[in-house]
Design a binder for this molecule. Structure first.
Ligand code: SF4
Ligand SMILES: [Zn+2]
Length: 363
């Protein structure tokens, strides 16, 4: 990941800007954040090192663009065309542009934008319901090949289900507010957005808790250094594309495709319900797969006895070796909350596919 700030400084625009980190950081140096100026990094994508190679290469992707300003701020109108040209000249880099000014995007697009540049993701920030309802209809009406929504800082429960139903949004990111004057972010709002994403089949990412995080009615003050790791620990991220891609790959393996749920296992799931099966899966993964060191690694998952075991073999989530080979989750570390959540989602998706398959073949 790289950060490219072609200009610095911004004007506060809506309630989400109240505790803007650019203002907070600049004030420590007595700098006026409301003055927008070009930076020394203006031409970064075209800069080369001494050996004549580009400084930014594919391994720096994604390139977060304009993180100490807003890309579509009017003060930068005269400079933006040059920036678009640089973005166009570097198709191997992927630029992520996060903005609150969705209403200004259309007038700021380059002439050759067409349906959008393949190497640009536009992200619309909406901190509450009224901003979402102002910005998202406009955002959806724009041409762009990659669109995401972020609720950062998330200041209320936000219903975006009708916007997700458009099929245009590939991911939603949620997070709280940082800094000493931070406003509360409630876990229920986050979970509600996650539910909307799952229902719409859209990726969901809980990025950070913010400094004041409310869970079950209790407000926790979370130090900055823990705000990302605490969100990760919640293990609630959801990646439907990654899951369907891996399930497809697995179905092409003769060995993995050999595994099916038999009648007893299906009856067991019916009797217990999917929520209970999920909690069993959580328990098995926690005990047998999550530790950094597993003495019997490779042999810890029985071949029968529980539908989750069968799912683990079918999905290559049976041991850390298979996890590394099939899912790119390296051995030798304790599985993180998001990694565990991903594995459980893979297993439960496989189980659900098996159950539907049976229903279909019985019809
Ligand atoms: S738009 Fe972003 S950078 Fe600009 S003031 Fe608001 S929070 Fe800060
Ligand atoms: Zn294995």
């Amino acid at each position: 990941m790289a950060i490219w700030n072609p200009w610095h400084g911004c004007k506060k625009y809506s309630s989400g800007c109240q505790n803007c980190y650019v203002y907070r950081r600049d004030s420590q140096f007595g700098k006026d954040s409301s003055i927008v100026t070009k930076t020394a990094d203006f031409g970064l994508p075209l800069k080369k090192n001494r050996s004549g190679e580009y400084k930014l290469t594919e391994k720096d992707n994604p390139v977060y663009t304009c993180m100490t300003s807003d890309f579509f701020i009017d003060e930068a109108d005269a400079w933006r065309d040059e920036i678009w040209e640089m973005i166009f000249c570097r198709p191997e880099l992927h630029f992520v542009i996060i903005t609150k000014r969705a209403l200004r995007i259309e007038q700021c697009l380059p002439v050759n934008w067409g349906e959008g540049y393949e190497n640009v993701t536009l992200v619309c920030t909406c901190e509450n319901q009224s901003e979402a309802d102002k910005r998202l209809p406009v955002f959806l009406s724009l041409p762009a090949l990659h669109k995401e929504i972020t609720h950062e800082p998330m200041l209320s429960k936000i219903d975006i289900s009708s916007y997700l139903a458009s099929g245009q949004i590939s991911r939603v990111i949620c997070g709280g507010e940082s800094g000493s004057g931070a406003r509360i972010c409630d876990y229920d709002w986050i979970l509600d957005t996650r539910r909307q994403c799952i229902e719409a089949g859209v990726s969901f990412y809980f990025k950070q808790t913010g400094a004041k995080f409310r869970k079950d009615g209790r407000v926790y003050n979370i130090e900055r250094k823990y705000q990302h790791s605490q969100a990760d620990k919640a293990g609630i991220n959801y990646e439907p594309d990654r899951i369907s891609e891996v399930l497809q790959r697995l179905s092409r393996s003769d060995f993995r495709a050999m595994f099916h749920l038999n009648k007893t296992e299906r009856l067991y799931i019916e009797e217990k319900g999917l929520d209970t099966i999920r909690s069993h899966a959580e328990y098995f993964i926690d005990k047998r797969l999550a530790p950094a060191v597993i003495l019997n690694d490779g042999k810890q998952t029985p071949m029968r006895g529980h539908p989750v075991f069968i799912a683990q073999h079918a999905c290559a989530c049976c041991c850390r070796g298979c996890l590394e080979k099939w899912h790119n989750i390296e051995k030798g570390h304790t599985l993180t909350g998001s990694e565990k959540e991903y594995i459980i989602n893979v297993l439960m998706s496989w189980i659900e596919i098996q159950l539907n398959f049976k229903e279909k073949t019985e019809e």
